[in-house]
Design a protein around this ligand. Structure first.
Ligand code: FE2
Ligand code: FE2
Length: 169
């Protein structure tokens, strides 16, 4: 994806941070890294908020920090219990250790799993990030599922050809 110069300026200090760069090491929704996912959520939210004349700076920054946790969330045996509900709070605590966040940015990170977590977002920008996050998750999952489906299809074709071939031996 090609990011705008303005967007890159807004998130420059976050992208240069070593802990944030570290998100590259974690798979997220199977086919992406957590950094790629966070960048998508941040950039799409920034574009939407800019179009709607909302606070595009806060969504760009908080969107990039909304999944700032450092464990493998795909591994159900090692991830914290209740990961789905607890990771927004973990991400907010991690983000607060690294950056000064305004109220809106904190709300965006903490409520991004709404309605899975019951507390309602306080700002329009928080709602936008919750919806963009779900859209990105769905897109990333569907790419993974499509890949798996193609593999299954290929496997079935090979099995069929193998069976057909064996019949004539
Ligand atoms: Fe999340
Ligand atoms: Fe997310």
């Amino acid at each position: 994806m090609k990011y705008s110069v303005e967007y890159l300026k807004i998130v420059d200090d976050i992208l240069k941070n070593d802990s944030v760069k570290n998100l590259r090491q974690y798979k997220h929704h199977y086919s992406y890294t957590r950094l790629e996912h966070s960048l998508s959520v941040s950039y799409y939210s920034y574009i939407i908020c800019k179009f709607l004349h909302l606070d595009y700076i806060s969504v760009a920054r908080a969107g990039l920090l909304h999944d700032l946790f450092f464990y493998d969330c795909e591994n159900k045996t090692t991830r914290p219990k209740n990961h789905i509900k607890t990771h927004p709070k973990i991400s907010l605590e991690n983000a607060k250790k690294l950056f000064i966040l305004n109220d809106k940015e904190q709300d965006i990170i903490l409520k991004h799993m709404w309605p899975v977590t019951p507390k309602m977002p306080k700002y329009k920008e928080s709602f936008i990030v919750t919806f963009v996050d779900k859209y990105c998750a769905l897109k990333e999952w569907s790419i993974y599922c499509a890949f798996k489906t193609q593999l299954c299809f290929l496997f079935l074709v090979l099995q069929y050809l193998n069976f057909y071939h064996l019949q004539y031996l």
